[in-house]
Design a protein around this ligand. Structure first.
Ligand code: PMP
Length: 414
């Protein structure tokens, strides 16, 4: 079956090469291939399976909904499934955090939410320039690609560089506070930087190599945006939905972005993306930004079911316990390989082991795969092993996965 993939699927395929097998089923934090081999999942659908594969609550709700002939697809007409999702999101996520946002359904994938955010910021400021950051990843459609830093994805011929300036992310210039570069460039008219419509960032860069912005840096960026009437867009597509330990990744810093992009795990495994808009920023006219698949009711049903995790006050504590286990193990590994310059970075349940060389990372991934662990790499040279288990992973599986990772690294470095 693998040869069918090689023969017919486009050469652009990526993960099919990284994990050279054919998967058949998946439950929770494990996948099983057609040979009956089971793998522990530290890859998590690139952050879209925070509640695991086929989460029990979502599965039951979906089966019931289909059985009752619930409306499947509805563009953006009102349905019971949509109303339930909006009520649940408001009750379990927004209100307890004292947040007020309007919700725009933007389509199936993360890039759809980013496109909508950029358009809205441009429309209401009347400005077109956008600030993004080194290492940032925001998608691959032509608008969002402009914001994605990695040059591997770009080609001059796409014409995708328009109206975006990438500035150094927190930590990019070692200890230098890079938020002051933005502040200075906005004040100094000789900087050549046009007044931007928006600043977009990930608080923890997932694809960029698990680069963590400090709370102080985020607060400073937020205050610069406020001072100059620039929209602050937080792209929480990968690190929202509890990934960093709180539902939104920016909660810790105590900032309230104008716009928040959510996707991946928000749909409980089904495709869904949305934009949160501060009420006073909701200046769309009816139907001004559309999309056929804004109304995937099956995704609303699964999304509502997985949000119920947040009704349980113990959920954040459980994530914190798993996070601490991962953090300790990451530090042990990095300490053991300090002579090779290994570095660990992360927060909550997204951690990276920077092994400094792409060839080493890919050898670790290959060995881990053989031993039954799925893990991927990120960073500009694919040199950062990305540890991203489901938030719900049982402790025993987490330990087993970490053990496989540890021994795959040891074998690679031996
Ligand atoms: N933003 C971030 C932070 C992402 O990690 C991703 C996907 N890796 C995207 C945007 C794009 O999402 P999608 O691939 O669903 O379009």
């Amino acid at each position: 079956m693998q040869t069918t993939i090689e023969r017919i699927e486009s050469n652009v395929r990526g993960y099919a090469r990284l994990f050279p097998t054919v998967f058949q089923s998946a439950v929770g934090s494990t996948l099983t291939d057609t040979a009956g081999k089971t793998y522990i999942d530290f890859f998590c659908g690139a952050g879209s399976l925070n509640y695991g594969h086929n989460p029990r609550k979502a599965k039951a709700a979906l089966l019931d909904y289909i059985e009752r002939d619930g409306v499947q697809h509805s563009l953006d007409t009102a349905t019971v499934a949509k109303v339930d999702f909006l009520d649940t999101f408001d009750r379990l996520i927004l209100r307890p955090r004292g947040l007020q946002y309007r919700i725009q359904f933007t389509g199936p994938t993360g890039t759809n939410a980013v496109e909508a955010a950029i358009k809205l910021a441009r429309k209401q400021t009347g400005r077109s320039h956008v600030i993004a950051f080194t290492g940032g990843y925001h998608g691959h459609s032509l608008g969002s690609l402009a914001l994605t830093a990695n040059q591997y994805y770009h080609s001059e011929s796409y014409g995708s560089h328009n109206n975006v300036t990438h500035l150094p992310f927190d930590g990019y210039l070692d200890d230098q506070d890079t938020s002051e570069i933005l502040a200075k460039m906005l004040q100094d008219r000789s900087s050549g930087l046009p007044m931007p419509a928006a600043v977009i960032l990930e608080t923890v860069q997932g694809e960029g190599g698990i680069n963590v912005a400090s709370d102080a840096w985020l607060r400073r960026i937020a205050s610069i945006c406020e001072e100059h009437d620039i929209r602050l867009i937080i792209d929480d597509i990968q690190v929202g939905n509890g990934r960093t330990g709180t539902f939104f990744s920016f909660e810790r810093a105590g900032i309230t972005p104008d716009l928040v992009c959510l996707s991946k795990s928000i749909g409980g495994g089904l495709p869904m993306s949305l934009l949160l808009i501060r009420p006073e920023r909701d200046t769309w006219n009816p139907g001004e930004h559309t999309g056929t698949f804004r109304g995937n009711n099956l995704a609303f049903v699964a999304a509502t079911a997985v949000l119920r995790h947040w009704a349980d006050p113990k959920f954040e504590t459980e994530i914190a316990v798993r996070s601490e286990r991962v953090r300790q193990r990451m530090e042990q590994i990095c300490h053991r390989h300090r002579d090779a310059g290994f570095e660990c970075r992360g927060r909550g349940l997204i951690w990276g082991i920077d092994v400094k060389r792409g060839d080493l990372a890919s050898e670790v991934i290959r060995r881990a795969f053989k031993a039954g662990l799925l893990i991927e790499a990120s960073g500009n040279k694919d040199q950062v092993l990305k540890v991203m288990p489901a938030l719900t992973i049982p402790m025993a599986l987490l330990d087993q996965g970490l053990k496989i990772l540890d021994s795959s690294i040891r074998q690679t470095m031996a």
